[in-house]
Design a protein around this ligand. Structure first.
Ligand code: SF4
Length: 314
């Protein structure tokens, strides 16, 4: 069978998807990166081989903050930023989409699309209060499984007003509201409202959020956040079936124009790969150079501004 591989390596989760020529997902994997993106990729590849048998890979696309790392070790034909990958995927699933709200583990994005073209976007990579990691931390603190958080929010009768400006304020405000006697449901609903206010304050100023709106990324699993957005904006938020892997699907879709793939094959899952780094002291730039090692052999380097250390994986 011929297929296209899409890889989205984020700081919190690593997503791998296999699609056919028409963009239909054949197989997918969504795993925590746990600070070890190579291991996360190797584990996904092993599972893919076990689940799908022999597949002929015709193209590979990578995206996410670890897209270059994934490219160096897998051999990608398309290496695209998350905005492009998410937009391509959203347009593929809902051709007339005009707004993409994406919230992942460590960042969030707002992408505006008009007539199938990205016309504007904003990204928040600095404020943790508007991300999935913050929600996960608060769920753990409240003793609620992250998968249940949304249901608690939906059961609220009078959501507490939680400060969402930053994680420190939000957490201390939640503790204060608990001490005042607010029930758990109202506090969780307040937390969802705070995350939504944080998102809108940081990302949507001066931008027109118009229908249809797609809500994707891991946080789209939370019906409490979806309900908060819909209440706040008076708009329906569409959560696509493949909401957590939309970036990976976009990367795979982009690779469909490949004529001769650079894919290195399936041996990735069997190799003893590791990363290391050093600072080059040959000029005042003092570049931090990253390298991937296959046992004792260095197979790729990047981060050198002048190219002195070379991209060895070619
Ligand atoms: S890699 Fe090149 S630019 Fe960077 S410090 Fe070394 S010599 Fe300078």
């Amino acid at each position: 069978m011929e297929a296209y591989l899409g890889i989205d390596v984020g700081s919190v989760t690593t997503k791998v998807v296999l699609i056919d020529r028409h963009g239909t997902a054949l197989w997918s994997s969504y795993k925590k990166t746990m600070g070890q993106p190579i291991k996360a990729l190797q584990s996904a590849f092993s599972a893919l081989r076990r689940g799908m048998g022999d597949i002929e890979i015709r193209g590979v696309g990578t995206t996410g903050s670890g897209r270059k790392l994934a490219d160096y070790i897998v051999g990608a034909d398309e290496v695209k930023n998350e905005i492009t990958a998410h937009a391509v995927s959203a347009i593929h699933h809902i051709p007339n989409v005009r707004t993409i709200v994406e919230i992942g583990g460590q960042d969030s994005k707002l992408i505006l699309i008009r007539n199938g073209v990205v016309v504007d976007f904003s990204m928040n990579t600095v404020c943790a209060a508007g991300t999935g990691s913050f929600l996960e931390h608060q769920a753990a603190r409240l003793g609620i499984a992250i998968e249940e958080l949304g249901n608690y929010a939906l059961a609220a009768s009078s959501p507490a007003r939680i400060a969402g400006r930053c994680t420190v304020f939000a957490e201390s405000d939640m503790i204060h509201k608990q001490q005042m006697g607010h029930n758990l449901e109202d506090i969780v609903a307040g937390l969802c409202d705070a995350l939504v206010r944080n998102y809108l304050n940081n990302l949507s100023r001066g931008k027109e959020i118009s229908d249809p709106v797609i809500f994707q990324g891991g946080v789209a699993a939370n019906p409490g956040i979806k309900a908060s957005f819909e209440r706040e904006l008076g708009k329906e938020f569409i959560v696509p079936h493949y909401y957590p892997i939309m970036g990976a699907i976009g990367a795979a879709l982009l690779s469909r124009n490949t004529t001769q793939t650079r894919f290195r094959g399936w041996s990735l899952s069997e190799k003893q790969l590791s990363t290391s780094s050093f600072y080059c002291s040959d000029c005042p730039n003092a570049c931090g150079v990253m390298q991937i090692n296959d046992c004792d052999e260095v197979i790729a380097r990047w981060g050198d501004t002048c190219g002195k250390w070379g991209r060895m994986s070619e």
